[in-house]
Design a protein around this ligand. Structure first.
Ligand SMILES: [Zn+2]
Length: 407
């Protein structure tokens, strides 16, 4: 409905992206101001994380890779914004490299941090089953009248021109859209509202030019690392500088650093008496090609969410990544039951009534030859004595056996 669409920024111009900007902390501040109970939920999640971090016996074993089903909502107002499934897949591929330490550029990590580069043991798969159990590609393309969005979550709401989240306890929801405000993306931290849980990415920062050159990309942010950074937030990681001068990110093996880094800093960039910022960490603000690692401590913190009692443990039992089994063939049914004169057959879709093999047996297995099948779905049973019988209907692919009563 057009009147439901709120155009948040209708000047038609995208603010140029001159350096990385992530809206996650701004969104968090707004959420905490609007809902005082969120701070309590987040405090409980933090306490759980610290319990798990301090007690290795509570941590998940590395044997179990977490598989996270993903649904991507592609919202477009122009053809360019309607990024292709191949561009979407390139983003999933980047996530699977970065969260499994399979990215080739992890080798660029300075020797000082090389021992900290972590395989977070988290994998992502486009959903194969939607919340109703139907088969899906995991990618939704939706035309919208909204030309530029913002950080107020409208893209997560169908009534505001967006697309509602799939069950956020079972799927990671990603929205690719023209985010606006000069932002590359924003995520919702664990503990926020279920209906807005997920990650938003500027469409042209979604995916990897290196993996799929035919897409629509913003230079410098075209290797898919915006999503790696934002999914890091979604998995409870803070910016590596702790969003304060020499702040803390609640992770012990990442050095304290003064603030965010941009571009491609030379190493070491010494601040806060450290021996070099970990500016190549995905949770800094450097360019896509200059961020290439999570630390072991970050990996442990993320995985605490999947430990017993963790805020994202429900994803472990999601069936979203598993294709639905083919629907069971609809079997023939005979009605009415009881019948006095004629049994009508309801045959599976596509079955040829003229070729159906119809037989009626008494309960001891003797065939009742006096019944007649007319080849058009009707079985005359008027000559049968009253009692209970079986009818079998063969359709070439299935044989249905059903008990019925002759009255
Ligand atoms: Zn961020």
């Amino acid at each position: 409905m057009a009147q439901d669409v709120r155009v948040l920024n209708n000047n038609g111009l995208d603010r140029a992206i001159t350096r990385r900007a992530c809206g996650s902390m701004e969104v968090l501040e707004a959420q905490l101001a609007a809902d005082p109970t969120q701070a309590q939920r987040m405090a409980a999640i933090e306490a759980h994380a610290q319990r798990v971090l301090s007690n290795p016996s509570l941590q998940r074993t590395t044997a179990g890779t977490v598989i996270i089903p993903v649904v991507v909502h592609v919202l477009y107002n122009t053809a360019a914004q309607n990024i292709s499934d191949a561009q979407v897949q390139s983003q999933i591929d980047v996530l699977n490299e970065d969260f499994r330490k399979l990215n080739a550029d992890a080798n660029n990590t300075p020797a000082q941090f090389a021992g900290l580069v972590a395989d977070a043991n988290v994998q992502f798969v486009l959903a194969k089953r939607d919340p109703n159990g139907a088969a899906t590609t995991g990618v939704i393309h939706k035309l919208t009248k909204v030309n530029s969005w913002g950080t107020n979550d409208a893209m997560k709401n169908s009534k505001r021109g967006g697309d509602n989240a799939w069950d956020t306890s079972k799927y990671l929801n990603l929205w690719a859209c023209n985010l606006g405000q000069g932002l590359l993306g924003y995520a919702q931290f664990p503990g926020g509202s279920a209906s807005t849980d997920g990650v938003v990415i500027l469409y042209s920062a979604f995916g990897s030019r290196a993996k799929f050159s035919g897409g629509t990309y913003t230079t410098t942010y075209d290797l898919g690392r915006t999503a790696t950074h934002e999914v890091g937030h979604w998995l409870n990681l803070r910016h590596i500088w702790g969003d304060a001068s020499c702040g803390t990110d609640q992770v012990s093996d990442t050095p304290t650093q003064q603030t965010s880094n941009y571009g491609c800093p030379a190493f070491p960039h010494v601040t806060c008496s450290n021996s070099g910022d970990m500016s190549m960490n995905y949770m800094d603000y450097t360019d896509d090609k200059c961020m290439y690692m999570f630390s072991t401590g970050q990996s442990t913190r993320m995985n605490a969410l999947f430990a017993s009692g963790g805020a994202r443990a429900s994803l472990l039992t999601s069936l979203g990544g598993t294709a639905p089994r083919a629907a069971a063939p609809t079997l023939a049914t005979a009605y009415p039951n009881p019948a006095s004169d004629v049994l009508n057959l309801s045959l599976p879709t596509g079955a040829d009534a003229s070729r159906a093999a119809v037989h009626v047996f008494d309960l001891t297995g003797h065939e009742m030859k006096q019944v007649g099948y007319n080849g058009q779905g009707q079985v005359r049973v008027s000559s049968l004595p009253r009692g209970l019988y079986y009818i079998t209907v063969g359709t070439g692919t299935d044989v249905t056996r059903q008990r019925f009563e002759k009255e």
